[in-house]
Structures are given as structure tokens and as C-alpha cells.
Design a protein around this ligand. Structure first.
Ligand SMILES: [Zn+2]
Length: 258
């Protein structure tokens, strides 16, 4: 059964409260939206804590981003939401926040794209890193556009993360998986780095999605996620020697031979 507008407003208010409690947002950060039946978008307002909203704070815009109803100003990141809805007819809800560990990976320029945890491979495939774009401008979405068709969760370089799903709750739980996965990756790095799953096992996980009723656009493709064989194929460098230093040594050796 479809949820009423009042229920959908309550969903966004509740997700805002949870995101704030989880520390995924500070001050007025973050924005959430839901696609309504008439293809208008229910979204959060700008300049308000997402942990303290009421249903009356929410705003409805059309697919051009113009306000249809609501008393405040719509989120400044509405263009990102509209881009996702227009590229993905299957998407009904979008969650954008700055969860600290996943955002740490985004700030360090590291995607969460290694085959490490079965649940993450089944639900998300992998989480790539979209190039940086100035928030509140079309540049923000430019780096995401090539990725949106093939993934349901993105890290945004030097910024945060965005997830989208059939419902806004689906998007919220994907974000929970992203942040949990980022924390596990961080701990594994501290312990010497994660051991990656082999390609055959990753293929089985992708195939098992239908058993779990998971519909996702994220398909297995070369390098996404990175599997054990991908790293084994990379030439091992002697410990403590960077690739650049090694190339310089080779150059030097070649030159000395004339
Ligand atoms: Zn943001």
C-alpha cells in the first residue's frame, strides 16, 4: 500500500532525527527527499537542523526545482536529488549526509570499493568515489552523473555520501551500511589491511541477490568491487620502495649503461 503524504513527511522527520542522533550531520547539514506519486518531490528545507524538524517544515518542489508548497526554502542541494530521480525511475527516496567515517574515506580520496563483506557486496556492490564539485552548484552533480546509473551509494569527494533506493527508508538503511562498512574498513586497515574475497565468491554473492529479494542497479564489473585476484595480479614492489623511486632507479641504471 502506498504511504500517504502525511506518513511520508513523518518518515523524513524520523530519518532526520536518526541521522542527527547517529552523528551523520552537524548543525544544518544533510538533506532528504521522497518522490511523490505525481512526480513532485518532498524535500527538507535549508538552514534547519535535520534532527529537529516537524512535518510542517517540509517542502514540495517540482522536477524543475521550483517550490510547489511549504513555508521555508528548499534544500540548496535539490539539483542533486532531481538528477538522481530523473536518471533513475526506480528511485523513490534520497538521503545525503556527512557520516564521519565514510566522509573520512571521501576526504582521503579513497572509494569503499573492495570485496570485503558479503552483505555489502549483496546490497551495494561497491561504493565508488564521485569527483569533487562545489556544493550548491551544478558542479556537485557533474562527477556523480557517470556513476548514478550503476550504483546506489556514492562517496562524494571532500564532502560526504549519498544513497538512494526504492523508498527513503531503503536509502537510509543503505547509508547505515555505508558508514558501518567504512568503520570496518578503517579497523581492518589498522590491523594490516583487509583480505579480499576471490572473484568466484563475489560472483556467487551477486547471483544470490534474487534469493534475498534485492533489486539493485549495482552489477559486478572489472574493479568494482576489487577482488583478491585484482591485487594479486599487481606487481609486488620491494618493501619501502615507492613506484616513483623504483622508476627513477631503473632510469638511472639505463642511463649509466649509456
Ligand atoms: Zn552535504
Amino acid at each position: 500500500m502506498l504511504r500517504s503524504l502525511e506518513e511520508l513527511k513523518k518518515d523524513i522527520v524520523e530519518i532526520g532525527r536518526l541521522a542527527y542522533q547517529k552523528g551523520w550531520v552537524a548543525a544544518n547539514d544533510g538533506n532528504f527527499s521522497v518522490r511523490l506519486e505525481d512526480n513532485t518531490i518532498l524535500c527538507t528545507p535549508t538552514m534547519i537542523s535535520k534532527g529537529m524538524m516537524t512535518p510542517d517544515d517540509l517542502i514540495i518542489v517540482n522536477m524543475d526545482g521550483h517550490k510547489v508548497s511549504g513555508r521555508g526554502e528548499r534544500t540548496s542541494e535539490i539539483a542533486m536529488h532531481l538528477t538522481i530521480y530523473s536518471m533513475r525511475p526506480d528511485i523513490g527516496g534520497v538521503v545525503h549526509v556527512h557520516p564521519p567515517v565514510a566522509t573520512g574515506f571521501a576526504v582521503a580520496g579513497k572509494p569503499l570499493n573492495r570485496a570485503v563483506l558479503p552483505e555489502v557486496i549483496i546490497s551495494l556492490g561497491s561504493v565508488p568515489l564521485a569527483e569533487y564539485g562545489l556544493p550548491g552548484t551544478p558542479a556537485l552533480t557533474a562527477g556523480m552523473i557517470p556513476l548514478i546509473p550503476n550504483y546506489d551509494a556514492l562517496l562524494m569527494a571532500s564532502h560526504g555520501a549519498v544513497c538512494y533506493g526504492r523508498t527513503v527508508w531503503d536509502a537510509f538503511f543503505k547509508m547505515e551500511t555505508v558508514e558501518h562498512f567504512a568503520r570496518i574498513n578503517l579497523v581492518a586497515e589498522l590491523l594490516g589491511g583487509p583480505r579480499l574475497l576471490p572473484r568466484g565468491e563475489v560472483e556467487k554473492l551477486f547471483e544470490s541477490r534474487s534469493r534475498y529479494g534485492i533489486s539493485s542497479n549495482a552489477r559486478m564489473q572489472p574493479g568494482n568491487p576489487i577482488v583478491a585476484e585484482d591485487t594479486a595480479a599487481a606487481p609486488e614492489l620491494p618493501a619501502g620502495v615507492s613506484r616513483e623511486a623504483l622508476l627513477a632507479l631503473i632510469d638511472e641504471a639505463l642511463m649509466s649503461r649509456g
